[in-house]
Ligand binder design. Structure first.
Ligand code: RBF
Ligand code: MG
Length: 488
């Protein structure tokens, strides 16, 4: 199955891109098109050789390694996804795998064997920018199938630029794959961050992102030095991976630079093989955190009454400028309700908050007229309850991470189910770094220390707008974290 490229606009608009080393370079659309064109031609020319090597097994990549990678990948998948997809079930659902830069399909046979061993079925989608490689991969997929007897697997090959795959399929691949693997292909991307960003939008929650390289990091680095046009990217060290993933919904789960494997004669052999995996999590950190302080407004009365999810609202009228650049969506962070008298239960203490910023489009006809901040404070079994409603009391709220865009649901039960899942995701997120650290943000700690008669802290005015009754500020997330860790 081949699909043609959509015409990418040839205007040369400028894009600032940060390289893996953190240098800011300016890439024009033309630079990008030239890069894609080069990749296409380079790999078109290599297709015959790659195919020959795969078929005859003369591939320099040790088959032991690819077999091991495939088994590791399969057990990663089964661990995170359970065997629910497995063959033991009534209606076994295959695992969806995206093989990015598949080339002639060198991964197909080892992946299928590993799947057979684990008793699961695979749907492999292979994507490659080179048409010749795709043609070979299609033939090779048949070869891989012919070697098997009881075959429930599927392979489809798509000739596309991976960076535009989902948009060219009208979003059909959004959160679709259980696993996206870059096997010896990450180094072909101009911008590794951009490639991972494209990958995470196509991985479902709990799914895996895997980056492998059969010759290890050093080889990837030297390839880059000798042919930067073909290999502008490279596999990343752990700390580089952490940096790149800082604002992506990914959590590193495995990182290996050297393998020791038993060879055919049962001798341990050391291999410089790179394998990094990360789990797709529902949350991502905001690049800038937002602190909001203001009086809780009575909302539209739907949250508590219609849905059973009470929310404390901050009205747009006071925060229009703060919210202008915030995409309607679901966020999370920490909240404190101020009480200068320190008498009311559930005030001056931290609460986990899951926050909708938007219009509630599901309530067609009675949507919010303006963009509002609606915070649901998550009260767990061991948390202090908040006695009474707190309209007109002052709330401090930090938004530090995001979960998803706001959606128009077809029914209230669907909205409710989504909100319940949001609550679970926010609760989980706030227990782990970096989100747990923001509990110690002085913006919140000061409020939680407020004692009878000493309400000087209620004078807080954010740096970006408002006054002593309602104000806000943004802060660069990395800077805010550094300050908190230094205890400032
Ligand atoms: N309303 C929507 O129409 N679409 C949403 O995706 C949506 N997500 C929400 C997520 C959370 C965590 C919360 C607390 C509310 C969300 N709402 C959403 C708003 C919901 O409709 C609103 O809270 C109630 O109608 C009460 O005003
Ligand atoms: Mg409300």
């Amino acid at each position: 199955m081949f699909s043609s490229f959509k015409n990418v606009s040839s205007q040369s608009s400028q894009h600032e891109t940060t390289t893996n080393e953190g240098d800011v370079v300016t890439l024009t659309e033309k630079d990008k098109l030239n890069h894609f064109q080069h990749q296409r031609e380079y790999f078109d020319a290599l297709a015959d050789i790659a195919f020959e090597e795969s078929i005859t097994g003369s591939d320099k990549r040790n088959p032991l390694i690819l077999a091991h990678v495939s088994r590791r990948l399969m057990s990663d998948l089964v661990q995170s996804k359970g065997t629910g997809n497995g063959a033991g079930d009534e209606d076994p659902k295959p695992f969806q795998i995206l093989d990015v830069g598949s080339g002639a399909g060198v991964l197909f046979p080892p992946l299928l064997s590993a799947a057979d061993t684990m008793g699961v079925n695979l749907n492999i989608t292979a994507v490659d920018i080179s048409l010749n490689m795709c043609r070979k991969a299609e033939i090779y997929a048949k070869v891989a199938f012919d070697k098997k007897s009881n075959n429930q697997h599927q392979i489809q090959v798509i000739n596309q630029n991976f960076l535009h795959l989902d948009e060219n399929y009208d979003g059909a691949f959004r959160e679709y794959f259980d696993c996206v693997i870059f096997n010896e292909s990450i180094e072909n991307f101009l911008n590794v961050h951009e490639a991972l960003e494209a990958a995470v939008t196509m991985i479902n929650h709990g799914g895996s992102l895997i980056i492998t390289h059969s010759e290890g990091m050093e080889s990837s680095t030297s390839k880059r030095e000798t042919d930067p046009k073909t290999f502008p990217g490279q596999v990343l060290s752990v700390s580089q991976l952490r940096d790149v993933m800082q604002f992506l919904p990914l959590q590193i789960t495995d990182f290996i630079e050297n393998f020791e494997l038993l060879d055919e004669s049962d001798k341990l052999q050391a291999y410089k093989f790179y394998y990094a995996s990360a789990r797709r999590v529902p949350r991502r950190a905001l690049r800038r955190i937002l602190r909001l302080r203001g009086p809780v407004a009575p909302g539209y009365g739907r949250g508590g009454k219609q849905l059973g999810i009470p929310t404390a609202n901050l009205p747009e009228s006071l925060f229009a400028d703060a919210l202008a650049d915030i995409q309607p969506g679901v966020y999370f962070g920490w909240a404190v309700i101020e009480d200068p008298t320190d008498e009311k239960q559930g005030r001056n203490v931290h609460h986990k908050a899951v926050v909708n910023v938007g219009y509630s489009p599901t309530f067609e006809g009675t949507e919010n007229k303006e963009k509002i901040v609606e915070a649901h404070l998550i009260i767990g079994e061991n948390d202090v309850e908040i006695k009474g409603d707190f309209y007109n009391e002052t709330m401090r709220l930090s938004l530090i991470g995001s979960l998803r865009p706001e959606k128009k649901f077809a029914s209230f039960p669907e909205l409710l189910a989504a909100i319940r899942y949001d609550i679970q995701c926010a609760r989980d997120a706030l227990l782990v770094a970096p989100f747990s650290h923001f509990r110690t943000d002085s913006f919140l700690v000061e409020a939680s220390k407020m004692l009878n008669g000493t309400d000087v802290m209620s004078e807080w005015v954010g740096a970006d707008g408002g006054d002593t009754s309602a104000s806000w500020e943004f802060e660069d997330t990395v800077q805010a974290l550094e300050k908190m860790i230094q205890g400032k």
